[in-house]
Design a binder for this molecule. Sequence first.
Ligand code: COA
Ligand code: ZN
Length: 303
Amino acid sequence: MTDFVAVNEVGPRDGLQNQRVAVDLAGKLRLIDALVDAGLRSIEATSFVSPKAVPQMADADVLFPRLPARSTVAYSALVPNARGLERAAAAGVGEVALVLSATETMNRKNINLGLDQAVDVCVETLKSARALGIRTKAYLAVAFECPFEGPTPAERVMALGERMLEAGAGEIVVADTIGAAAPSAVAALFRRCMAAWRGTPVSAHFHDTRAMAIANAWAALEQGVRKFDASIGGLGGCPFAPGAAGNLATEDLVLMLEQCGYHTGVDVGRLRRAAAIAGELVGHPVGGRSSAWLAAQERRAAG
Ligand code: COA
Ligand code: ZN
């Protein structure tokens, strides 16, 4: 039996939140439809954050109820606080993602709270979500390096993860928000996470700032991680974390996994179509590092 690796597509949220052009509702739905069509079964569709902070996500309340209904697709949304959870619940969200940055300054920049207050808000929101029967996951952002405070101590990441699990988080996502980690550091941190949090799904979120995202995914895979975030065409970046380039591209991740014998259920050819739509919507070409090779394959196949 081939080993299954789950791919959580974050393009509609992480990918579009930082674009200069605000993609309209119809465009977002077109993109998500293409992603579903490519076989993605886990999609972070939007965020219920302050429209003043992130205008690109202001349409979350109307977007979520209109997502292509497929019983096999699990859609999630990011929420920063109780207000976000309330909006998400009203929109019918089945899974929410909380983001806890591992440093004081990153929390202040991102959600205007210090680390201790951010922990409290995440704990409360996780508990409320559970009470509402909404599934949860907790991101540990800037888990390797913070753009303001430098290297993040692994001890702190582990301690924050524990707090999130105690509060009932159903999954932990360890995130290299600015794409500063190298595979050696990724292996070391995920080794600890996988040992400490047996029985809890642990997934990985990489950005490709230093061209190490795919190598980092491999390093995490070797530690037993079987769920990865990725973004179509490599779109992405946090508006509040300077220096964050795009995410690991979904097509690069799927290509690597399938070539290594893992099963993802995702079709790379159809991902290319989704990437073309994403490029059209944001007004510039997008694509992972494998783009040129994939395009050449398509031309050959077309004769
Ligand atoms: N959705 C919509 N509006 C919200 C909200 C939410 N989840 N949370 C707060 N607000 C509104 C408040 O109602 C208030 O509105 P008003 O000015 O009309 O009265 C306003 O935002 C300010 O509220 P306050 O609680 O003081 O928040 P803040 O200004 O300190 O901002 C956050 C805090 C968390 C709302 C904001 O920083 C944010 O949305 N950050 C998200 C960052 C993000 O998405 N980062 C990328 C992904 S990690
Ligand atoms: Zn990200």
